[in-house]
Write a protein that binds this ligand. Structure first.
Ligand code: SF4
Length: 512
């Protein structure tokens, strides 16, 4: 039995007659380290007139009976989450397609980055989808469903479709503005668990979004503008967390850009210096965030290694993707990391980025060699994934490189780094291909995806289901789309918008 510590006054006995399941398409341990999922649960759990229960892929029994569920929400963070979502729906005898659900079934909805970026491949499975930061609209959604319990499905869906950021696929793809929350309250882990993947770790969101706008980066474009949590609020929340646990993690794609990032580190460092045993980690650091103060804090808080995303080995390619980091800055960052007590750094890069040539790959090897020579005894390693075009980014039109060619590149990199005694890993090129297909997929995928699930969800299942349903998956993964094309996700409005993406695409790739 997992021990859970609630950081808010949960109402354990409610007299509510509206029941909701909030589902995480993965095991308990991952769910309990997922900030978005837990925060949404807390917000709904605080409503006196709604019973809400968390469920996971490994949930054995539920407290709320399946017949009594009115609303069933899923967080959808990874492209292949649909497989687990289908199995959870099936387990509770809920039809996969929304058109096959009757008045007796709960409303099934999803939110999260995958469906916010491109809900079209999944449009027939959800009664509605929340696009963007759902913190505020979630409660309105629950309220509408609760107040209209028992009313015809279409009536409730019509009411939901009036909410900003709520997409009801049944009513067609009208323009939906992505929700962007003003960050005035700090989001943190509301329930600590010793069964969480990050055991009893208090995670707090320091910033949301990243202003760097790398050409491939959905995390940046989906979360613009970059927003920071107010400093005083952050410190209050740090105190709340450290009152319950000594493990703390700071979250955010660009936390080091927070105007008070150094102050936050100093606050924690000072507490450690006074004898507190605090373990702190950060999600990732940018090259320019590696300062002596920051590294000292991380080391004092128990961190031995860190990661550094450089994305590409050559300055030329880093410029193309908008990651304007010079080799000098990289070396400087490694020096600071080593001199202030870190034992090693893992560099993250991507293979197959648009315009990549053999010279760019050679530059990775040269960089590794130089780092190895200059920083003897410091643990240097590399991790790679392959480029996957993502909606709403300047590279959304760029087809992905062929699998065979990427596998050759992957073998080359691994072999050459091995010769230097540098360890490296490369994500599965074959799975990255399917990720690209799903990312740029459209409304024709419904039966294909059901079949992938029925055939077991492995790569072979994707292949045979695509064949069976005549889906030309190479088109979605490899094709360069025209800038004039209407793309399946174009009805989702993000700022700064498509015209800006086109300009950025031309600027980065063609220098005009
Ligand atoms: S710096 Fe990182 S998070 Fe920011 S845009 Fe680039 S890849 Fe994305």
């Amino acid at each position: 039995m997992n021990k859970e510590t609630f950081l808010y006054p949960a109402i354990h006995t409610k007299n509510a007659d509206f029941n909701m399941w909030l589902a995480f398409p993965g095991p308990y341990s991952f769910a309990m380290s997922s900030l978005g999922f837990l925060w949404m649960f807390k917000s709904i759990d605080e409503l006196e007139d709604v019973n809400v229960e968390r469920i996971y892929s490994d949930t054995k029994t539920t407290v709320l009976h399946k017949e009594s569920i009115n609303l069933f929400g899923f967080s959808f963070s990874f492209d292949t989450d649909f497989l687990t979502i289908f199995s959870m729906l099936e387990r509770f005898d809920i039809p996969l397609k929304s058109s096959e659900r009757s008045e007796e079934h709960p409303f099934v909805f999803a939110g999260g980055p995958v469906v916010s970026a491109n809900p079209e491949p999944y449009k027939d499975f959800f009664d509605f989808v929340i696009i963007g930061d759902g913190e505020d609209v979630n409660l309105k959604v629950v309220e509408i469903c609760r107040c209209n319990k028992g009313k015809p499905r279409d009536y409730v869906l019509t009411e939901l479709s009036k909410l900003e950021g709520v997409y009801v696929p049944k009513f067609g793809s009208r323009t939906i503005n992505k929700l962007t929350k003003k960050l005035s309250e700090c989001i943190y882990t509301p329930i600590l668990s010793d069964g969480a993947f990050f055991k009893n770790t208090f995670i707090l969101e320091v910033s949301r979004g990243c202003a760097n706008r790398c050409g491939f980066c959905l995390a940046s474009y989906l979360n613009l503008p970059l927003r920071f949590m107010p400093y005083e609020e952050l410190i209050n929340v740090v105190n709340l967390g450290l009152g319950k646990t000594n493990k703390i993690a700071l979250l955010g794609a660009q936390i080091s850009a927070h105007p008070h990032f150094k102050d936050i580190c100093k606050y924690i460092y000072d507490r450690i210096s006074k004898g507190e045993k605090i373990e702190m980690s950060v999600s990732s650091l940018r090259v320019d965030a590696i300062t002596p103060d920051v590294v000292k804090t991380l080391v004092a808080a128990g961190q031995k290694n860190s990661t550094l995303a450089i994305e590409a080995g050559s300055e030329r390619l880093r410029k193309v993707i908008n990651k304007n980091v010079s080799e000098e800055q990289i070396f400087n960052a490694v020096r600071i990391a080593r001199d202030n007590g870190l034992k090693g750094l893992k560099f993250y890069g991507m293979l197959g980025l648009p315009t990549e040539t053999q010279e760019d790959l050679d530059e990775i090897i040269k960089l590794a060699e130089k780092l190895k020579t200059e920083f003897k005894g410091f643990d240097i390693s590399f991790g790679f994934s392959s480029f996957v075009p993502k909606p709403h980014t300047p590279f959304q039109w760029c087809g992905r490189e062929k699998t065979k060619s990427l596998e050759d590149k992957s073998n080359f990199i691994k072999k050459e780094l091995h010769k230097l005694g540098v360890s490296s890993s490369v994500s599965s090129i074959k799975w990255d291909y399917w990720q690209a297909v799903l990312s740029r997929g459209d409304g024709s995928f419904t039966d294909f995806l059901i079949d992938v699930y029925k055939k077991g969800g492995k790569i072979g299942a994707f292949k045979s289901a695509a064949k069976l349903h005549n889906i030309n998956t190479d088109y979605y993964a490899y094709n360069d789309f025209n800038l004039e094309d209407r793309l399946p996700w174009d009805f989702i409005e993000l700022r700064p918008g498509k015209d800006f993406l086109i300009k950025e695409h031309n600027r980065l790739l063609y220098n005009n």
